[in-house]
Ligand binder design. Structure first.
Ligand code: GCU
Length: 138
């Protein structure tokens, strides 16, 4: 299936603000995480069927210091302290992808900052679900 885009500015935000002062974002803005540990953006994502989701997070980090976040799906961490390294400028956006199992129907994807610098600026997640049963070579 094609990826579905979920804009961060439409997600549930804890300890962050929607802003639009750095160009290059998709939609109407991005989330600027507060500079603290524990802020998060949580997306509600629908999957037509259970499978493996490729979760692509688009972000900018105008510092030279990694802004790691833990990615959790349905409350379970699937990638701890995933790196969101410096992108060179707040207007330079990059993407990183993680894979995780998802259920049929509604799922939550939460990206939580794990250092005192907070998360990067987060633009969106793209989610593409691949189901099993492709009949490939065992
Ligand atoms: C700057 C920048 C913000 C960014 C922040 C940060 O203030 O303009 O977009 O979120 O730094 O360091 O988190």
């Amino acid at each position: 299936a094609a990826a579905t885009r979920y804009e961060a500015e439409n997600a549930t935000i804890s300890q962050g603000l929607v802003e639009s002062n750095h160009a290059g974002y998709s939609g109407t803005g991005f989330v600027n995480y507060d500079n603290l540990t524990g802020g998060y953006v949580q997306f509600t994502v629908n999957a037509a069927s259970a499978g493996t989701a490729a979760i692509t997070l688009r972000y900018a980090n105008g510092t030279t210091v990694n802004r790691p976040m833990t990615i959790a799906v349905n409350g379970t961490a699937v990638s701890a302290n995933l790196a969101f390294n410096g992108t060179g400028a707040w207007t330079t956006w990059a993407s990183t992808t993680v894979s995780a199992p998802v259920n049929a129907g509604s799922n939550t994807i939460r990206a939580t900052a794990t250092t005192a610098n907070g998360g990067p600026n987060l633009d969106y997640v793209d989610v593409e679900v691949t189901t099993g049963g492709g009949g490939g070579t065992p």
